[in-house]
Design a protein around this ligand. Structure first.
Ligand SMILES: [Zn+2]
Length: 121
């Protein structure tokens, strides 16, 4: 969905709900805006994600300081302010020395996004 679809979607909804109250319109619009917002965030993060890892030096293990290796991409789920689920594809990093794994800092990494310890396989 993009901004135009949002507008045409609202126009359509309005035609289907000719007696909608202002409150109902507001709720409907908020719902659609939240969806659009989540989609835009996903796109923006995906765009910066690509630049992230390649532009910077190999991240170091927060536990033992060894250079991390890429360990495939993983999908993280975050919830936006609007209560929408965001699926972010992140490059996952793993420490070959101690097995610690984490998502290198970047968009989507917040206070709660510290090192994620996983059982070493
Ligand atoms: Zn380590």
């Amino acid at each position: 969905m993009d901004g135009l679809e949002l507008l045409s979607g609202m126009t359509e909804w309005r035609q289907q709900h000719p007696k909608a109250t202002l409150r109902e319109m507001e709720v409907e619009l908020d719902e659609r805006l939240a969806q659009l917002r989540a989609k835009m965030l996903e796109d923006m993060v995906a765009a910066s994600e690509v630049a992230d890892w390649s532009a910077e030096a190999t991240p170091r293990c927060p536990e033992c300081g060894q250079p991390m290796t890429k360990s495939g991409a993983a999908t993280r789920q975050l919830t936006t302010f609007g209560g929408k689920q965001l699926k972010l594809k992140r490059q996952y990093a793993r420490c070959p020395a101690c097995g610690a794994g984490f998502f290198p800092s970047g968009p989507g990494a917040g206070a709660a996004a510290g090192p994620i310890h996983t059982a070493s396989a």
